[in-house]
Write a protein of this length. Structure first.
Length: 130
């Protein structure tokens, strides 16, 4: 009888406890935002000149996606018709694209992006700050 009464009191105590709402922040918040910098387009000209480079201003916006641990990036002015998404795990960004995947690295307030869209000698690099 004492044991039943004890279990009843314990269960009553557990049922009457209020759950506290703990607000959790999204761990992707530290890398999301606008990064402003330069974009360098590198391309092959010929065997005499070698590589040519064009530079322009760029803004890269990093936003959290609906899926957990995924971030999307957009370019202003637009870079390509392709959408770029990265999985953010253990402070590393891994491209979700398998075919010619771009590289994205964010360290504190600095962003580095590199993409070679094909097999040819053409690639872009972006160096930005938050």
């Amino acid at each position: 009888m004492k044991r039943s009464l004890f279990l009843f009191v314990v269960l009553l105590g557990l049922i009457s406890c209020k759950k506290e709402f703990i607000e959790t922040s999204d761990y992707r918040e530290k890398i999301t935002g606008k990064y402003i910098g330069i974009r360098i387009d590198t391309y092959w000209v010929d065997t005499i000149v070698g590589y040519g480079r064009d530079t322009s201003n760029v803004t890269i916006t990093v936003t959290p996606a609906e899926q957990d641990s995924i971030v999307d990036i957009t370019f202003t002015p637009p870079y390509s018709n392709e959408n770029f998404s990265f999985k953010y795990v253990n402070n590393k960004l891994i491209s979700t694209s398998d075919y010619h995947p771009p590289a994205l690295k964010i360290n504190n307030d600095s962003l580095y992006f590199r993409h070679q869209p094909g097999l040819g000698p053409y690639w872009i690099e972006c160096f930005c700050k938050k």
